[in-house]
Design a protein around this ligand. Structure first.
Ligand code: PLP
Length: 376
């Protein structure tokens, strides 16, 4: 036993205490999956793929049943090669994770020490900050006027302790995006010591020709990481597969701390099959392309404040502050009718709901219900 005089406060405590900051973290709040009194509600609360997943991915997943006793390939080689081929990337520059969430956490762990900071937009995806706080780093917030990332606001808050800038483009929960020229301008103005993380979770739904996921920038830059996920377009959220494309030096650092078997065999097999199923991907994008304008127009027509334009498979909708007509009221009203949406209080947006685009019947039911709600 060390001399009690040498003990710090945590060592003197009567029970084990987590390191400072951990208990101040707001744990991630997932989208609702249940509604009271409704047997099979429609889940429009987690931006999952409403078409399900590729039949080929499902088949590949099932084919893994005889390999459950075997450790997965720790290099994720089959998926690594498939992604490298499809996107024309160097396979050794890929990082895999248990969802892209884990890739963000690994980047934070690799670059942050206490007192360092990350910079993100004011409505940034919650996972970035959770991981940074876990490293006892600070989170610096850049304003997002009009619910959109503003490069100058980001540059204003970057300082000498900034190690990473996180930018989901398009963003969640806003659904908005910035053109590639702005991403390039941000990159050009950042110090070369800062990692720019471009989270492309929804990039396949962003169809404007001036949009880019940034892979072309990442090919040559020494400080850009682009992430993608199998959770949204590919409809494989349950399997938890995400990847990042990073400079070789960053991959070498991350690979030192990554858990060795962080993607499972069923997940690897299903992801490879999903990646090759261009038909399913096209159907998923076509579905969004069909319903996004319709829902935007219908919800706007009800007098709701539709944030956008959305370049994702969901939309952020603002509600009045009038009692009876608030976002909380609307959420309860829709829930009772089996339509689950996402409140976004934890993003500082108490007057908004985030709504994933559904199948035709869901979308029509949603508009009908909200029309009744707004009239009532
Ligand atoms: C859903 C989502 C992801 C993907 O998370 P996974 O861990 O890969 O499932 C990443 N970024 C944003 C902004 C998202 O909304």
């Amino acid at each position: 036993m060390p001399d009690t005089a040498d003990l710090d406060d945590r060592a003197r405590a009567s029970r084990p205490l987590p390191k400072p900051g951990i208990m101040d973290i707001h744990a991630y709040v997932p989208g609702k999956a249940k509604a009271e009194g409704v047997a099979e509600p429609v889940k429009l609360s987690a931006n999952e793929n409403i078409l399900g997943s590729s039949p080929k991915a499902r088949e590949a997943y099932a084919s893994a049943v005889d390999q459950l006793h075997i450790y997965p390939d720790s290099r994720t080689t089959i998926l690594r090669n498939a992604i490298a081929e499809q996107y024309r990337l160097e396979p050794e520059r890929l990082i895999f994770g248990c969802g892209s969430d884990e890739v963000f956490a690994l980047l934070n762990q690799t670059f942050l020490e206490p007192g360092d900071n990350i910079v993100q937009g004011e409505y940034a995806f919650a996972a970035f900050a959770i991981g940074a706080h876990a490293c006892q780093a600070e989170v610096k917030i850049a304003r997002e006027p009009d619910y959109r990332i503003d490069v100058d606001e980001i540059l204003k808050v970057v300082d000498g302790r900034t190690r990473l800038v996180f930018l989901a483009n398009p963003g969640n929960p806003t659904g908005t995006w910035i053109p590639f020229s702005e991403v390039e301008r941000l990159h050009a103005a950042l110090p070369p010591s800062v990692v720019l993380v471009l989270d492309g979770a929804y990039s396949e739904f962003a169809l404007d020709p001036t949009f880019s996921d940034g892979l072309d920038l990442a090919r040559t830059a020494s400080n850009v990481v682009v992430t993608h996920t199998f959770s949204k377009l590919h409809g494989l959220a349950a399997l938890r597969v995400g990847w990042g494309y990073a400079p070789a030096e960053i991959v070498a650092a991350v690979d030192r701390i990554r858990l060795p078997f962080n993607t499972s065999i069923p997940a690897q097999l299903a992801a490879v099959a999903g990646l090759k199923d261009l038909e399913f991907q096209k159907a998923s994008i076509d579905h969004i392309e069909q319903w996004r304008p319709w829902l935007t127009q219908q919800l706007g027509g009800l007098g709701l404040d539709v944030v956008g334009p959305s370049a994702t498979n969901f939309v952020l909708v603002g509600f009045p502050k009038t009692p009876g007509k608030t976002a909380a009221d609307a959420d309860a009203f829709l829930s009772a009718r089996g339509l689950l949406t996402r409140r976004v209080l934890n993003y500082g947006l108490p007057d908004h709901l985030r709504i994933t685009f559904g199948l035709e019947a869901h979308n029509r039911a949603l508009v009908d219900a909200l029309a009744e709600f707004m009239k009532g």
